[in-house]
Design a protein around this ligand. Structure first.
Ligand code: NAD
Length: 301
């Protein structure tokens, strides 16, 4: 079997276009332009690139984009004061604090200070709680993107066996909650799980969010299963000369070539889950803006 490749890039482009159209309607009909504030502390080069991309894509979706670049030595109180200001700003519907923060800042305290209704990353404990009990809230972008791709690929997920490898608060746990909400039978695997390959082989849906390059092998996969690879891992280039120069390539948590021989559907890395994450950030910002205006967030086709 050769798996169908789930094209996250194309799916994300379609989702972003729908969010833009819905956002334009919100502005035309209710006078509300969704606004996203991104806060970055320090000079981490990877974070700078992520933040620049988010700003560009937010603007391309017709939304207001504010980026707050703070120096490395910004104090926690200064950062909390900015969060308070953004919480109170009616033109800002989403606040995202780029992680990691410098060591002298307590990340949990900062994330906990964001108004849960503006918490477009979905990391606030109030949003984690809403997700757990099935109340409307804001859902972490990466697992939300995975869930949308799964529903698009498979339709009704009810009754399917899902195994999520990884139990982080930002991917594994909310992913499991979303699959449970779709009536899957969900198992969360982690570093202490016994006989992970045997468990993985029970999965109709296998989500890998481990952070280990090509960790999930082809013979871990049930024939015909749908495999979602969340991992983003930098490894040396395949070309020894380039590798010697320090050139890298990106691979997922799944050994793609092997897995694609067995799976029914699989997301590639890059071009799978990654592009969906930012599309879902825009969707969450639009959702938050709708709710602030008392409008039901219903995305058109
Ligand atoms: P994390 O380090 O917080 O969590 C990793 C999880 O993997 C842990 O729960 C751990 O128990 C589990 N694990 C580690 N070793 C294991 C083993 N040997 N067997 C079974 N389980 C094991 O990572 P995270 O933040 O959840 O991210 C996971 C991966 O997803 C990383 O590669 C990260 O870069 C990627 N990621 C991608 C996106 C995206 O936009 N595509 C977003 C967030 C994270």
């Amino acid at each position: 079997m050769t798996a169908e490749r789930i094209d996250g890039k194309a799916f994300a482009a379609r989702l972003t276009a729908r969010v833009k159209a819905a956002s334009d309607r919100l502005q035309a009909e209710h006078g509300v332009k969704p606004g996203l504030a991104v806060v970055i502390v320090g000079e981490d080069p990877a974070s700078q690139i992520y933040v620049r991309n988010k700003g560009e894509q937010t603007q391309a979706a017709g939304m207001r984009s504010d980026t707050h670049r703070l120096a490395d030595d910004t104090t926690q109180d200064q950062l909390l004061a900015l969060i308070a200001q953004l919480n109170a700003d009616p033109g800002i519907h989403g606040i995202l604090v780029q992680l990691p923060l410098p060591d002298h800042i307590d990340s949990a305290a900062v994330l906990g200070a964001i108004d849960p209704d503006k918490d477009v990353d979905g990391f606030h404990v109030v949003n984690a709680g809403r997700l757990a009990v099935g109340l409307p809230g804001l859902v972490p972008c990466t697992p939300l993107g995975c869930s949308l791709m799964l529903k698009d690929a498979l339709g009704d997920l009810s009754g399917l066996n899902a195994v999520v490898i990884g139990r982080s608060n930002i991917v594994g746990k909310p992913m499991a909650q979303l699959l449970l909400a779709e009536s899957c039978t969900v198992t969360i695997a982690h570093s202490r799980t016994r006989d992970l390959p045997a468990l993985a082989r029970t999965a109709d849906i296998l989500v890998a969010a481990v952070g280990r390059p090509e960790f999930v092998r082809g013979d871990w996969i049930k024939p015909g299963a749908t495999v979602i690879d969340v991992g983003i891992n930098r490894v040396p280039s395949l070309d020894p000369a380039k590798a010697a120069e320090g050139k890298t390539r990106v691979v997922g948590d799944v050994a793609y070539a092997e897995a694609a021989e067995v799976a029914g559907r699989i997301t590639p890395v890059p071009g799978g889950v990654g592009p969906m994450t930012i599309a879902c950030l825009l969707m969450n910002t639009w959702t938050a803006a709708c709710r602030s205006a008392g409008v039901e967030p219903v995305l058109g086709e």
